[in-house]
Write a protein that binds this ligand. Sequence first.
Ligand code: CP
Length: 303
Amino acid sequence: VNHLLGIKYLNKEDIKLIFETADHFKEVINRPIKKVPSLRDITIANLFFENSTRTKLSFELAEKRLSADVINFSSGQSSVKKGETLIDTVNNILSMKVDMVVMRHPNPGAGVFLSKHVKASIVNAGDGAHEHPTQALLDSYSIRERLGEVKGKKVVIVGDILHSRVALSNIFALQLQGAEVMVCGPKTLIPKYIGKLGVKVETNLRNALHWCDVANMLRVQNERMDISYFPSTREYTQQFGVNKTLLDSLNKEITIMHPGPINRGVEITSDVADSKQAIILDQVQNGVAIRMAVIYLLASKIK
Ligand code: CP
């Protein structure tokens, strides 16, 4: 396969190879000279049709540390605003001899669609509420780093599951590696199809936290929902926000994750987000090594 379109297209061995490759690159980027010449002859276009801080910067850094040539595109400043189609935009960019496209797009399936129409490796950097495969890979990699392995761990994903590409990719990745997965959130933000994915469902946060080893706290994605999904932010925080008092009452230390961006004081308080229990910035740091691994492995099939 010349693309990374979603975790659902990977198997256990693919993830193992990505992690072993990321282990190598993590060691590289901790050296004084952080760069390797591996992809000197590869050109990568980062196409962001939706806002991003972490993913965009992380991909760009990963590409530069592999010595690839990098071009960046944000739809807000482009001719997309003049009505150009996705395929036309991408084919114009590819005619400048681009080998790989990293794309974030608001439409689910945009990466799959593109992969059928253009001759380049496509990496999905988040497609609507569908998948965010590199986020799930860096999340599992961070669990492996903190807890030794992913297999056998109990992971609860808390919050707005319905609108979350992070949740779906994490469910696929965690299950492939033998973890048990639970989702926890308001009924209105848990999709009807969740039962078919073999995950536990819990609407009481305290019960979920008692059960788990790891809690991955998601942001309520106000931009993807209308007011009918949940009555108020205050009510959400009361029922589904983590705070230090709640965690201290569990009598065990669980690992707290968050893909970012954080709404401090909504799904997580600052004293939890900034505590040693939280591995939020480790996730961001590991994202560069994971993305180096993904790009390196895909590029080795282009060469
Ligand atoms: N986690 C994540 O995808 O963050 P960004 O939207 O800032 O890229």
